[in-house]
Design a protein around this ligand. Structure first.
Ligand code: AMP
Ligand code: ZN
Ligand code: FE
Ligand code: FE
Length: 271
């Protein structure tokens, strides 16, 4: 039997839509997958599965193999890490309850940020902001966009650098789930969990953190992340092999076109 070979870039298991901080709808994202030769894909919005069904439905129409996905804001050893979940039931009640808790926490955090911005003469219409993001994941980029519309800043980068980034005057942290709890919830919903772009968060503690996560049932590592250097990718691919974990690839795509921070769909993705 001959086995079909996939081209490099054919698998991209990390991308965002308008349901979190991406600029494309799930349907438009599938269109980008077709355009860039991505054949196996997962929509992994931050702390929400609201776009998953639309993404999968459009994938079926377009001949793309789409799996359910999400990117959970988590914490391990006091550090922020992102856990990707795949292949879970998007209607699982415990999963949805957890995401609802995170969503409500994000709303409260947006209110706290808006409160701080008042000191700088910036009055965000918090009701309009919440309306706009009803059922979606409300993050700092959404607040930045509103500040741009109000003419307070030129772009998202200025909004972060002057006000919203960690250490800046209107920074408020978001609530996260404990990484072990997050992995348990994904597993109980029938899915597998993968550590997203580990080199971005782990620093020198990569192996220690990987061991802890692996002991707790982590299934894979996103070694081939577009956020990684080649050296980091091979280091995490080797660690994954040592701990018997899957290796995945993802671009962390947020919007079309390169802007130095965001990556093209299918970039640094291999099979
Ligand atoms: P949040 O989930 O609200 O903490 O927002 C995190 C998102 O903000 C990230 O996924 C990035 O897309 C965006 N972000 C973080 N730092 C910056 C920055 N310095 N400039 C522009 N966008 C940023
Ligand atoms: Zn994002
Ligand atoms: Fe991430
Ligand atoms: Fe991401």
């Amino acid at each position: 039997m001959t086995q079909k070979k996939l081209k490099a870039g054919a698998v991209d298991l990390h991308m965002h839509s308008v349901f979190s901080d991406g600029t494309l709808t799930p349907e438009e994202l599938v269109g980008e997958c077709v355009k860039h030769g991505v054949r196996i894909a997962s929509l992994t919005d931050h702390d929400t599965v609201a776009g998953v069904e639309r993404f999968i439905r459009q994938g079926i129409c377009s001949g793309i193999t789409a799996v359910s996905g999400l990117e959970l804001s988590s914490v391990l050893l006091g550090k922020e890490i992102h856990i990707l979940g795949y292949g879970f039931d998007p209607s699982d009640e415990t999963l949805l309850a957890t995401l609802e808790r995170l969503r409500a926490g994000r709303e409260k955090r947006a209110e706290a940020i808006a409160e701080k911005l008042i000191d700088f003469g910036i009055t965000i219409d918090i009701t309009a902001l919440k309306d706009r993001y009803r059922g979606k994941s409300l993050g700092r980029p959404a607040i930045a966009d509103m500040m741009i519309e109000m003419g307070c800043v030129a772009d998202r980068r200025e909004a972060f650098e002057r006000y919203l980034a960690e250490g800046r005057p209107a920074f408020v942290d978001k609530i996260r789930v404990d990484a072990y709890e997050g992995m348990d919830i994904i597993r109980k919903a029938g899915g597998i969990s993968v550590w997203a772009h580990p080199a971005l968060n782990a620093g020198a503690e990569g192996e220690e953190m990987l061991k802890l996560l692996s002991d707790h049932g982590l299934d894979g590592v996103e070694a081939f992340s577009a956020a990684h250097t080649c050296r980091e990718a091979s280091m995490y691919a080797e660690l994954a092999a040592r701990y018997g974990l899957y290796v995945t690839s993802g671009s962390d795509f947020h919007k079309p076109g390169e802007d130095g921070k965001h990556n093209p769909l299918g970039s640094r993705s291999y099979v």
